[in-house]
Design a protein around this ligand. Structure first.
Ligand code: NAD
Length: 313
């Protein structure tokens, strides 16, 4: 029969694409429950799903920040039976730490970290009982490598990585496979708006040097990164699909080969000195050279990855 897939955060971006792609499966192998916090925002999904809406893809309300909402949604599913859980809902946070109210930081953790924990906690016991299930958590490359001016976001994804790394080992003995997907920059409708907003924002409580580094070094670098490395939600959805179809998916799944060398620095030098220096140079020294350097680096990296990487799955 069909596999029941529950996905969070499906009103836009990556979640929406994963939901539609699974629904479009030619063999109709998936019964997709595309959840979102606010059902008033279902139009984009419904439009993208076309005829498949009500056939292979259905919407349901789920706010990852609410115990009741998560429980209600799972209870509403026949026998609470979920074969594949995809924890995707998340929010970003960029800017100098000094300027961010603690409430906002809490909200990021409440959504990105506790949101996934809450969801997994609700669904996992049934999977353990059935000795079957798949959990895919949409983390980020920033869950493995901290990035300046994204400290709190990265921390929330690091927390998620740590939580899941522990859990994944336990779950293996119940035949439940938990894996992480770590995208780099992904083009979604909000990214340019966010960067534009940041350019115009005033930072009265932050010292001028920090504002200068943020505005004139970090932000143009972030724009470059999105332009050169940005992947589409479609790309991320395809990758998710291949993780679902793999008989034995890996725990970490980076979507952009450019990040492999960055992580190699990190794991190759336990003192952290190499990666810290590399990131310092990228932000302050190499920034002006990036426009020329990045495409070259990308070509080299693609060559490197093609040659050495053992194909996943
Ligand atoms: P997005 O903003 O389009 O999607 C995030 C979705 O989560 C939205 O639909 C939003 O409404 C939903 N959401 C937020 N709070 C929620 C809550 N409390 N309950 C339920 N849903 C909630 O952005 P996206 O890029 O598609 O993000 C999806 C995931 O991918 C996130 O976890 C994000 O951290 C991760 N990610 C994104 C990028 C990127 O560059 N866009 C890179 C790496 C990882």
């Amino acid at each position: 029969g069909q596999k029941v897939v529950l996905i969070t955060g499906c009103s836009s971006g990556i979640g929406l694409r994963i939901a539609v792609m699974l629904a479009e499966d030619e063999k109709q192998r998936y019964h997709v429950i595309a959840t979102m916090r606010d059902l008033k925002r279902k139009d984009n999904l419904v439009k993208a799903a076309g005829d498949l809406y009500g056939k292979t893809v259905f919407v349901a309300e789920l706010d990852v920040c609410s115990d009741e909402s998560v429980k209600q949604c799972v209870d509403s599913i026949k026998d609470r039976h979920i074969d594949i859980l995809i924890s995707n809902a998340g929010i970003g946070l960029v800017g100098p730490v000094e300027s961010i109210p603690m409430d906002e930081m809490n909200n990021v953790f409440e959504t990105n970290f506790y949101g996934s924990v809450r969801l997994i906690k609700e669904v996992m016991p049934d999977m353990k009982n059935r000795r079957a299930g798949r959990i895919i958590v949409i983390s980020s490359v920033m869950g493995l490598q901290g990035v300046a001016f994204n400290e709190v976001y990265a921390a929330s994804k690091f927390a998620l990585e740590g939580f899941c790394e522990g859990l994944a080992a336990q779950l293996l003995s119940f035949n439940v496979i938990l894996s992480m997907l770590e995208p780099g920059p992904v083009h979604t409708e909000f990214e340019l708006k966010m960067i534009q907003g940041m350019k115009e924002k005033e930072w009265p409580s932050v010292d001028p040097d920090t504002v200068n580094y943020f505005r004139n070094f970090y932000l143009p670098g972030a724009v470059d990164m999105f332009e050169i490395l940005g992947q589409t939600p479609d790309h991320i959805a395809k990758r998710t699909m291949s993780m679902i179809e793999a008989s034995n998916p890996y725990f970490h799944n980076l979507t952009s080969p450019l990040y492999s060398p960055i992580l190699a620095l990190k794991y190759g030098d336990e003192t952290g000195h190499l990666s810290l220096q590399a990131f310092y140079c990228m932000l302050f020294t190499l920034r002006p050279l990036m426009n020329v350097g990045m495409p070259v680096l990308k070509c080299l990296t693609f060559g490197f990855v093609r040659k050495w990487r053992i194909s996943p799955n």
